[in-house]
Design a protein around this ligand. Sequence first.
Ligand code: NAD
Length: 332
Amino acid sequence: MIVTPVTKLLNIRVPIVQGGMQWVGVPSLAAAVSEAGGLGILTALTQPSPDALRKAIRETRSKTDKPFGVNITLLPTINPPDYQGFARAAVAEGVRIFETAGNNPKELIAYLKSEGCVILHKCTTIRHAKSAEKLGVDILSIDGFECGGHPGEEDVTGLVLLARAAQELKLPYIASGGIADSRGFVAALALGASGINMGTRFMCTVESPIHEKVKERIVDSTELDTIHILRTMHNTARVFKNKVSKEVVAIERRPGSKFDDVRELVSGVRGRQVYERGDPEYGIWSVGLTIGLIHDIPTCEELVGRIEREAEELMNDRLKILSSSTTTGTRA
Ligand code: NAD
C-alpha cells in the first residue's frame, strides 16, 4: 500500500487520479477508476447542461460507492459555458471533490471552499501553483509540458517542474503529464509528489468511452505522434498529429491568422466525432506524449493494479538493490 497525504485527503486506496478529459470523463470511466481504487473524475463541460451533469453524477454513483470528483476547466471556449451552474449542480448532487483548471479560478474556488469541498487545482507553472495555495485549494496537480491538452505557454517539463514544486510548495501535489506506468509513478514520488494524474493512459482502457479504433490508434502510435496547436493564440494544446492538426498549424503560420481561421477545424464538437465515428483523422483530439508508452487496452482495474504492483516491486527491488550496491560497490 502506498499511503500519502493525497490518499488520506481523498479517501482513496492508491494515489492515482484520472484527469478530467473533454468527451472522455463520463460515468463509465470515472466509476471504473474509482472502483479500481483511484479517483475517477467526471468532466463537467462534456455534459450539455448542469442538469445533464446531475444525471451523470447519479449514474456514476449507481456504478460505484467510492469517492469520485468533477472537473471544471476554465479556458477559452467557442460557446462560454455556465461554469457556476455546473459547480452548483455538482455540489447539489453531493459531490465534494473537484478538479479545477485554467484561468482566473478565484471565484469558483471561493464558492467550492464555502461548500466544504476538497479542490485539486491543476497548474502548469509554480507561480500559478503558489497563487492557488493562497486561494485555499487542498492539492495541486502539477502539469508538465509532456501533458495532453493545454500545457500552458512556458514549456517546462515535468522533471524540472516537479522538482521546483518540491522546493516551493507547502501543499501536497500530484504529478501530471508524462505518466502512464509504474516507472513514471515512482519517479513522481521521488520528485516529491504524493500521487499521479493520468489522462491519455485512461483514454486507452476498456471502460473509456472512445471508439475502439481510436484506442487501437493510440496503441499503434509513438511519442512522435503529437503536435501543438493554438500556439500563436497563446492557448497551446498538445493533440494527436493528423491531417487536421497539421492544417491548423499551417494556417497559424500564415501572417495575420486569427482564431476565426481555425475555429471550425479545432472545434470540440468536431473533435467529439473522432471518438464517436472511430476516425482518428477527422478532427482534433488531445493526447499527451505518453501515447508512446501505451501498448495495450486493459480494464481500469488491471491498469491501476499493475501500476501499484510494479511500483512496489520497483521500490522494493530495483531501487533497494541500487542503494545497497552504492554501499557495497557492486553493479545493479
Ligand atoms: P471549443 O470547441 O469551445 O474550442 C476548441 C478549442 O479552441 C479549445 O482548445 C479551446 O480552448 C480553443 N478556443 C476556443 N475559443 C478560443 C479563442 N477565442 N482563442 C483561442 N483558443 C480558443 O472547446 P471544447 O473542445 O468543446 O472544450 C470545451 C472547453 O474545455 C475548452 O475550453 C477546452 O479547452 C476545455 N478542455 C478541457 C479539457 C479537460 O480535460 N477538462 C480537455 C480539453 C479541453
